[in-house]
Design a protein around this ligand. Sequence first.
Ligand SMILES: Cc1ncc(COP(=O)(O)O)c(C=O)c1O
Length: 417
Amino acid sequence: MSEKSLAEEVFEIVRNHHAFRGSSLNLIASENITSKEVRKLLTCDMGHRYAVGFLYERMYRGCEYIDKLEELTQFLARKLFRVEHVNTLPISGTVANLVAIGAFTRPGDTMMGLSVMDGGHSSFREVSRYHGVSMVPLPFNAEEYNIDVDQSRKMIAKVMPKMVMLGASEILFPQPVKEISEAAANVGSITVYDGAHVLGLIAGDNFQDPLREGAAVITGSTHKTFFGPQGGIILCKRQYGDAIDKVALSMINNHHINRVAALAYTLAEFLAFGREYARNVVANAQALAESLYNNGLDVICANKGFTKSHQVIFRVKEGAAMEVSKNLERAGIITSMTPLPTDKSETMASGIRLGVQEITRLGMGREEMDQIGRLIAKVVKDPDSVETVREEVRKLASRFIKIHYTFNDNENAYDWY
Ligand SMILES: Cc1ncc(COP(=O)(O)O)c(C=O)c1O
C-alpha cells in the first residue's frame, strides 16, 4: 500500500467512526459532544502556537491575541463559576489533579480520597504515588453510595492528611463537602474537590456548590458534563492561586491554546444555557433510572431516588459487566463497566455506569429515556435481542442529530467533512 493510500485510510477510519457514533446512543458518563463553533475553534492557528509564561509576560513573542483570548477566558470562567482565580493550563482533568497535588503536598505527605472501588478516580492513587505521597482511602458508605461522614471525621483526625480530595468518577449524589472540609481544616488540611464529572452540573447550579460549601479548590475536566473541548481547569480562592499557577506553569509547557479558545466559547454557552441544560440532564438521569428499574434492572440506590447527577448505575452479575457492556455496544448503546464497592476486585466489576449528558445535549427528554431504559433492559435480559434493538436505536438516533444549548447550531452533530 502506498503512503498516500495509508494516509487516506486515516480519513476512512474517522468517517466510519462518525457514521457509527451517529447511529448509536452514547451513554458514556465521561463524554459529551461539542457545538460546531467549538469544533471550528479547535482547528484554529492557535493550535500551532506556544504561549509559555504568565499572561502578558510571555517568554515567546507573537502572543498578543492569545493574551486577549486568555484574559477573556478567565473573565468568563470567573463569572460562570463565581470564583476568584482560574487556571486553564491543564490539558486534562488528570493534569489538573497533578497540579493540585503538586501544589499542596510534598513527597512523604499523606492525602485522602475515595478508592477506585468506591468511585474515586485512578488519578488520585496514581498521581499521589508518582509524587511520593501516600493515599489513604476515605471511608465510604456503600448503601448511601457516598462518603461516610462519621468514619471520615475519625479517620481524618487520626491520619492528619495534608490534603483531602473529594469528588469521584462514580458520583450519584452531592458529597458532604461542608462536613469533610471542616474536619480537614481541624487538622490543617486543604480540601480539593475533583469536579471532573459534575463540572457542567456545578456550572448550571444543579448539583452542589463545592467552593461555597468549604472546598478551597475545584479541579475538573472540561468535556464530561461540561460540554467543552477535552481539557482540564482549576478554580480556586484567591489565596491558593499563586501556588496553583506556579506548579501548573512548571509542569505544563504547552497548553493547547486552540483548546482554550474552544473552552472560552463553551463558557459563554454555559452562561447562556447552562442552567436549563443541567436541570434537564438531572431530570433525564432520573427518568432513565426509573425506566430501567421499572423494566426489572437492579438500579442502585432505588431507595434514594437513584441519582441527583448525570449518572445512573445498575448492577448485573458479579464479573459480568464487561460482557453486558459488549452486548449493549452491539445494539448501538455505548456504556462502560464500573466496579461496585461490594465487588471482589476492579476486574470483577458488576456495575454498568450510564450518563445522559450527551443525549440530553441532542435534545432527548422523558419519552426517549423511557424508551432507552426499555431497550437496555431488553438487551441485558435477552442478548439475542441485540439485532432488533440495534434497529430501534438507529431510528431513535436518527431523530436526534442537532446540538442544543448553543447559539446557532443546526447541523448534524455527527457530520464531519
Ligand atoms: C473524578 C475524575 N477525575 C479525573 C478524571 C480524569 O479526567 P481526564 O480524563 O480529563 O484526565 C476523571 C476521568 O474520568 C474522573 O472521573
